[in-house]
Design a binder for this molecule. Structure first.
Ligand SMILES: [Mn+2]
Length: 446
């Protein structure tokens, strides 16, 4: 899984090993660091740490996922690493610290990164063992007037467990208490929002794999299958192509799709039921995000079909709003108005009731559409950036309107991953069927 293994492992089989083609070039990480350094104050130091290994139970850890910021600046996917960027008189000096692989560790866990491999991945020439980090930090801090420390500033992140940047950052802030402390997260947010061509191709690739997995699901879904079996189809498709889930997938049979972040696995696909999916592949740590709704039989019921087409019309309206200068907040407002019209059309309430509810400040549409229509995407599925940031070409975001009517057992969200283009939105999932006729056609021939 680690790039070091890729560099050192002699593959004697035919080349079917996953992940080889997904490696991003060192130049990307070089440019990312240059971009960050250009935003840093002069005579300052930025310090970041690799993500912790997250304990699961006993001596078992969850599968390792690098901190998005650390990966963005280094490409390094190995634990127990750290990064220093010292900017003096306009020139940035970068040092990377990696874990020392003693023979016992290698016996148990396999090869770890050598300094040469770390340089090849990251483009950083100055690579040392993590044991020398404290000394190097002291020397760098001596030269710098201020220190940038990083933290997870996602406003929706409410975790009892902190992150390595926060835990180590507190120690640094304490030790160097006379240095000015600065927030690194806003600078990284600016950098990460607009994607480079390599990042866009990773995301396009992730979207392609998501579409491939969807095609498999659409082909193999049968009545009587459990939700977990559908997830297994997705996992197989992702794993054999070197990808993984960008987030825990939602696979919901029937009315389970009314739960926005449904996590069950044991629901059974009913003969005339439906299947809702919200999932996405992650490639080179870059995410994709897609939602689709399928009939288990060859056709939707008339009512399901009406709601589906209502959501699809809103999807098309929302997507065309994703142009430079717009904000997610403004797109949300327009989407809500379109949803409101559709809900009236579906007979859920009258035009008069809608107007009354909106003027009372308690819009009725919120009962049926209670989430955001879009979020930024990138290394995080819910990526950095706020709803008030004007969109620019190269930003990537989701488009995901939905209508949920629990009393009728119908919950439909349709979602694609969209890149803001200079002229028009570039739908990275344009190739994945979404028109109701195409969806029913897939099932008819399954
Ligand atoms: Mn989404």
């Amino acid at each position: 899984m680690y790039a070091a293994n890729i560099a050192t492992h002699k593959n004697t089989r035919m080349n079917t090993a996953p992940n080889l083609a997904n490696k991003l070039p060192a130049e990307l990480f070089v440019l990312n660091r240059e971009m960050l350094a250009s935003k840093m104050q002069d005579n300052s130091l930025a310090v970041l740490w690799a993500a912790d290994e997250m304990p699961r139970n006993g001596d078992i850890a969850y599968p390792y996922r690098q901190s998005s910021d650390f990966y963005y600046l280094t490409g390094i996917e190995q634990e127990q690493s750290a990064l220093l960027i010292l900017k003096l008189n306009g020139i940035a000096e970068v040092s990377l610290f990696i874990r020392e692989a003693d023979p016992l560790l290698v016996t148990w866990e396999g090869p770890k990164l050598s300094a040469a491999a770390a340089t090849e991945i990251s483009g950083i020439k100055n690579v040392s063992h993590i044991s020398s980090f404290d000394g190097s930090l002291a020397a760098a801090a001596f030269k710098a007037g201020s220190i940038y420390l990083n933290s997870n500033e996602n406003p929706r992140a409410h975790f009892a467990v902190g992150c390595a940047d926060e835990r180590n950052g507190r120690k640094v802030a304490d030790k160097y208490y006379l240095h000015a402390k600065l927030r690194l997260a806003p600078l990284l947010c600016q950098c990460r929002l607009v994607k480079s061509s390599q990042e866009l191709s990773a995301m396009r690739n992730a979207c392609r794999l998501t579409g491939d997995a969807f095609a498999q699901v659409a082909m193999h879904t049968r009545q009587g299958m459990a939700e977990a079996e559908i997830e297994a189809i997705i996992i197989k498709e992702f794993t054999k192509k070197g990808a993984s889930h960008a987030f825990s997938p939602i696979v919901a049979s029937g009315s389970n799709s009314c739960y926005l972040h449904y996590t069950g696995k044991s629901g059974i696909l009913e003969p005339n039921g439906t299947l809702f999916l919200d999932f996405g592949a992650e490639v080179s740590n870059y995410s994709s995000d897609m939602s689709r709704y399928l009939p288990v039989g060859p056709k939707f019921s008339p009512r399901q079909s009406c709601v589906y087409q209502a959501v699809h019309r809103v999807f098309l309206i929302a997507r065309q709003l994703m142009v430079p200068g717009a904000t997610i907040a403004a797109i949300q407002e327009e989407t809500c108005l379109a949803i409101d019209q559709e809900l009236i059309g579906l007979g859920l309430y009258s035009k008069a009731q809608s107007a009354e509810s909106i003027s009372a400040g308690q819009p009725l549409y919120k009962k049926y559409f209670m989430h955001g229509v879009s979020h930024f995407m990138g290394l995080d599925t819910h990526d950095v950036g706020s709803k008030d940031i004007p969109l620019q070409a190269g930003m990537v975001l989701s488009c995901e309107p939905g209508i949920y009517i629990p009393e009728e057992g119908i919950g439909i969200r349709l979602e694609n991953t969209i890149c803001v283009g200079s002229a028009s939105p570039d739908d990275f999932m344009e190739h994945v069927p979404i028109d109701i006729a195409d969806i029913e056609n897939l099932r008819k021939h399954a």
